[in-house]
Design a protein around this ligand. Sequence first.
Ligand SMILES: Nc1ncnc2c1ncn2[C@@H]1O[C@H](COP(=O)(O)OP(=O)(O)OP(=O)(O)O)[C@@H](O)[C@H]1O
Ligand SMILES: [Mg+2]
Length: 256
Amino acid sequence: MNENTPMVRFENVHKFFSDLHVLKGVSFTVPAGSVCTVLGPSGSGKSTALRCINQLEQIQAGRIYVQDELIGYKEKNGRLHELTHAETAKQRAKIGMVFQRFNLFPHMTTLENVMEAPIHVLKKNRGEARETAERLLSQVGLADRLSHYPSELSGGQQQRVAIARALAMEPELMLFDEPTSALDPELVGEVLNVMKDLAQMGMTMIVVTHELGFAREVSDQVVLMDNGYIIESGSPAEIFDNPRHPRTKEFLSKVL
Ligand SMILES: Nc1ncnc2c1ncn2[C@@H]1O[C@H](COP(=O)(O)OP(=O)(O)OP(=O)(O)O)[C@@H](O)[C@H]1O
Ligand SMILES: [Mg+2]
């Protein structure tokens, strides 16, 4: 692995839910330190593609690599063998994921939510976990909410806790699946700003979103999915100012 090793590489990935073919030969590459935004109509396979990266879903053909490591399998003498649970857990550990719903532990404070996995998974001592959690919570603008419970926080604040919680696991890659679409409009900006900061700090991010302003401003690469295919990908300028595929034009005209 060197600095030119892509963070994520999809090679002709196919995914079926029984008879339903939802990823139909998806290939794309996300360079380390870059931001890739995934756009596309409902049901086009965006969430499924993300979920395959951290093995919440299995693929039926093709390959996914994270930092040149084959996801889910190891290759021995030209044959693929499924990874053990421990090996899978190890691959997942370097990938943080933030969903539309925040999934915080309701019985834990903000601080405890962020300290939990570093203590139990990374085996950090409480002092160290607390220090990291406080730093990350201040990074997402929540230094004054450490002892609040999720029910005492706004949706935007809860989502920022969820981001801090994912970051506490020291991920190499962050996946976001419509992180702002469950939020009241006035709370969207604060979460997008935290994500922008994260991008500026060099985090590699794949973001499924309908926030086109964010996609245009923050992405290095925009990927357009439709019906299980990537129909077009390119820089924000290419996609937004000069889309080539008629379906891209149609999609953009509907959401803009
Ligand atoms: N667990 C599942 N079992 C069966 N079919 C599924 C499952 N998850 C998703 N699908 C189907 O796979 C297709 C792609 O779904 P996916 O959730 O990836 O779409 P999406 O692009 O994220 O859509 P949205 O914008 O609505 O979130 C859809 O037809 C969906 O109904
Ligand atoms: Mg989705």
